[in-house]
Design a protein around this ligand. Sequence first.
Ligand code: DX5
Ligand code: ZN
Length: 218
Amino acid sequence: MIKIAPSILSADFARLGEEIRMVEAAGADYIHVDVMDGHFVPNLTMGPPVVASIRKVATKPLDVHLMISPVDPYIEAFAQAGSDIITVHAEATHHLDRTLNLIKEYGKKAGVSINPATPVSAIENVMHLVDMVLVMSVNPGFGGQSFIPHSLNKVRQVREMINRQDRPIELQVDGGVKPDNIAKIAEAGANVFVAGSAIFSQPDYRAVMDSMHKNVRD
Ligand code: DX5
Ligand code: ZN
């Protein structure tokens, strides 16, 4: 069974609470929150106060994707704001093992992400620490970009790495995911799908998420 994590980056920020209620009612499994710092990625979004506000509205787990560097000084604030899963980039920290342990010290699920140009070997030695691996299928920074086809090979490689572990680890894909490409991404081994523009650009959120589920099953 796949999980869908709508990225609120493409939501109407003036109506954020309502947008979250609507995607949850439409079948969202996680709420994906994209945090950008204008340094690790060329865009700025939101910080811990916004996560804390969302926490009061959301009933589903908050899947917080940190695209920030340095990241360690902000883990505590994002944990206390009510994040459930905190994902950091392998490229954003010199000491990935330390960063992931820090997330776990706050009792949160730890995710690790790799950019399109980063080989999967970058996370080989931290697999025992993570609850989720996020394979970026666009260069992070903006919603609405096209899926990079080569990412499928990396999803397959990460799926093999996960299968060698003795416990479940989620495999998430983020960037350019749409109803018409979700089937092949699922076939490559992903089970959690982030989708921003594909969902929020449409009037009927449930219709988009239903067609994502249906296309994976067909
Ligand atoms: C990109 C973000 C994504 C983005 C996805 O830097 O991490 O979560 O919002 O947006 P779409 O689904 O429009 O590619
Ligand atoms: Zn994201």
